[in-house]
Design a protein around this ligand. Structure first.
Ligand code: HEC
Length: 153
């Protein structure tokens, strides 16, 4: 258990990419700069994952998702499938929920990346799915939601 998660504070490692700007790769030193940029991205990826604030995520979940989804030890599927353990499971896999065939046959495994893309634009990621939701424009809010959802197995 990551102790920072409980406090709702940001982990110190998450300070945005150590403040190093990623250089453009179109100049004379393009190759070196591209390599550097990839290295920096690799360094920044774990930090980006830790950047969500689960307390802000809980508030966002209650505002935007809870009318259709339940999460937590006693959660059942309701209008939407329950979201316990959603990070890491296959799309359309909760036994007590009748998914659309679009969702069941999407072949997606929910990860931080696929969930972020889905929450940004559900219809683009799983065309024909039954979740009536406009999508979330804020990357920070998506990170917060994922930090919250990751707490439930
Ligand atoms: C208006 C109701 C509604 C709202 C609001 C809503 N959802 Fe959904 N969601 C659904 C339905 C219905 C499905 C099942 C879609 C299908 O079977 O095509 C679904 C599916 C999902 C799935 C796929 C689950 C799985 O088991 O594969 C995820 C993840 C998800 N929703 C997350 C969210 C999150 C996070 C929010 C809030 C930001 C949210 N949803 C808001 C109705 C909703």
């Amino acid at each position: 258990m990551d102790p920072w998660r409980r406090t709702g504070l940001k982990s110190p490692a998450s300070s945005s990419c150590f403040g190093i700007p990623v250089p453009p790769s179109s100049s004379y030193h393009g190759m070196i700069q591209t390599t550097l940029a990839i290295l920096m991205l690799a360094l920044c990826l774990p930090a980006a994952q830790a950047a969500g604030d689960p307390r802000a995520g809980k508030a966002a979940f209650e505002r935007k998702c809870a009318s259709c989804h339940k999460v937590g030890p006693a959660a059942r599927s309701s209008f939407g499938p329950r979201l316990n353990g959603v990070v890491g499971r296959k799309a359309g896999a909760v036994g007590d929920y009748q998914y659309s065939s679009a969702m069941r046959s999407s072949g997606i495994v929910w990860s931080d990346k696929t969930l972020a893309a889905f929450l940004r634009d559900p219809e683009r990621v799983v065309p024909g799915n039954r979740m009536r939701f406009w999508g979330i424009g804020s990357a920070q809010q998506i990170d917060d939601l994922l930090a919250y959802l990751r707490q439930f197995d």
